[in-house]
Design a protein around this ligand. Structure first.
Ligand SMILES: [Zn+2]
Length: 165
C-alpha cells in the first residue's frame, strides 16, 4: 500500500515537472480555438507582433518568473492595458502589493477580462484572459483584500502601463 502511494506521488511529481509545458500549450490552444474574440490573429501573426516573453505568456499561457516584472513596484496612477491589443484591463487604484512577486489587483475593469477554469497544476484555478484578444493574463484567487476579496495575479509581461494624464 505504501509503495503504491510513493509511486503515485512520483508519477504526479514527474508529470508536473515533465508535462506541464505541453499541457499548458494544449489547454490554451483548445481554449482559444473554441472562442470568438474581437481581435483574432494567427500564431505567426502574434509571433511577429509580440516579444518572445509576451508571446509565451499571452498566447501559450506560460507564467513569468516572480519578481521579474518592471510593473511589480509601479505605483503611478494610470491604466494597465493588454500588451497584445491595448484593451484597458486594470486601474492603478485597484493594484496592491500581494507579496507574490506578480502584479496584483483586487478588481478588473468590468467586461474587459474573461474567465476560464483550468486544472493545470492539479487543482482548480480560475484562469483569466483579455476579453478582446483572448490573451492569457494570469489567475484570480479568493484571498485578496477588500472590497472584493479577490486577488487577480497577473503576469506583468501581459500588461502595458498607460500613465494618467
Ligand atoms: Zn488583448
Amino acid at each position: 500500500m505504501k509503495i503504491n502511494i510513493v509511486i503515485a506521488l512520483l508519477v504526479l511529481f514527474v508529470s508536473c515537472k515533465g508535462n506541464s509545458q505541453n499541457k499548458e500549450k494544449a489547454t490554451s490552444t483548445k481554449t482559444n480555438d473554441n472562442k470568438e474574440f474581437a481581435v483574432q490573429k494567427t500564431n505567426s501573426e502574434w509571433k511577429k507582433e509580440l516579444t518572445d516573453a509576451e508571446y509565451y505568456v499571452l498566447r501559450e499561457a506560460a507564467t513569468e518568473n516572480p519578481f521579474t516584472s518592471q510593473l511589480l513596484k509601479n505605483k503611478e496612477k494610470g491604466t494597465y492595458v493588454c500588451a497584445a491589443c491595448s484593451t484597458p484591463l486594470f486601474k492603478s487604484s485597484t493594484k496592491f502589493d500581494s507579496g507574490t512577486g506578480w502584479p496584483s489587483f483586487y478588481e478588473e475593469i468590468e467586461g474587459n477580462v474573461a474567465y476560464d477554469v483550468d486544472y493545470k497544476i492539479g487543482y482548480k484555478r480560475t484562469e483569466e484572459h483579455c476579453a478582446t484578444c483572448g490573451g492569457h493574463l494570469g489567475h484570480v484567487f479568493e484571498d485578496g483584500p477588500n472590497p472584493t476579496g479577490l486577488r487577480h495575479c497577473i503576469n506583468g509581461v501581459a500588461l502595458n502601463f498607460v500613465p494618467a494624464e
